[in-house]
Design a protein around this ligand. Sequence first.
Ligand code: ADP
Length: 403
Amino acid sequence: MITPFVFSFSLFALFIALLYVFLVKRSQVTLKLKQLELQSFYEKEKEMLDRIINAASDTLLCLDHDKKVLFMNKKGEEMTGWKVEEVIGKAFCREVIRVRDSKGHLICHSDCPLEKACTLASREAVCEGMLLTKNGAQAWAELRYSALVDSKGHLSFGILTLRDISQFKKAEHMRLQLTSNIVHELRTPLTYIRGYVDLLLMRKVGGLSEDQEKSLRVIRESVFKLIALIDNLLEVARIEEGKFYLRFGSVRLNHLIQKVVDLAKVEADRKNIVLIWEAQDSFPEIYADGKRLEEVLMNLLSNGLKYTHPGGRIEIALGEEDETVSILVADTGIGIAAEYVKGIFERFARLDDVDGNKPGEGAGLGLNIVKRVVEAHGGKVWVESEMGKGSTFYVQIPKRNVA
Ligand code: ADP
């Protein structure tokens, strides 16, 4: 016999059980619906992201801590010649592509840009190189590396973009070629003018009045300046085309400086500028390109003479450190404003003088050539300067002692 109490309790329990089942089922259904919703949202987002990444005009790659490929977009197939599924898990710079710099050295092997990026505050490195694809095709590429590092500064992930710059390189090559052809064509008539002016000044063609001689000397000086300017332009064009080589040999820096100081002495005396140089006869011979270093020193010294007022001083000193040798050229000239110091070694960098006047002669190429020559020796050049007090240029090159 079921008592009403037991009956109502059973009903109540049944009701609770049904309610529980209903609620559980409903939350399961809601969860499932949410999952489906999320999945479709995620798929849509992924599809959109894939479409964006694959529509990019640059190759985009993601590398792991071993520089193995985790991801590559579709553009990468075109640039590297590899299918996306083929490159996943491959060591990028050893198995996928080869990139050589303008001298033909393998970039990744000599100086891995991704490793370099890890050490920089910006965590970024950029370089250019000739990319060799899977099928042997070559293309100029700009490579941009971004490094994501762990707490110890080691590489966690690398993001790399490759941009095909072949067209740009071709146009640049044509521009350089055109410039050097034009400049070359300009040099030939100037050489004739110089030759004939010399003949006239030597009175090989007839006598000269004092005024005529004076005028001819002005012409001669201007022609010399033009030829020097043209030679600088040709030099920069050669450097940019990669046709710039050093001829290493044993160099006595002490003698080299003495020679340049002797050459500069005439102009220094004319401007009443004191040259201070203490010869160091026992300075060791080094292995370098003497002609180029002479050019560097001549540039620095003639700038010193150009930008120092009469009555000033220019000191030249030679120093030896553990691994390097250094040359210092310090003047008491007009100085360089702090905001220009950084860009002074760039091409065509010329500054207004202290009084705000336009700069004198010169095309702003000398210091750029200095920088390129010093860097080609594996060295560096920099300047410290104070407006109105003077500038000190430092050249430091690795010591390669002559055995
Ligand atoms: P430029 O042939 O015009 O002198 P450079 O490349 O040799 O070209 O120098 C670039 C600019 O740097 C110069 O125009 C000048 O404004 C500045 N400069 C170079 N050397 C000195 C110096 N010793 N003192 C002050 N300014 C200098």
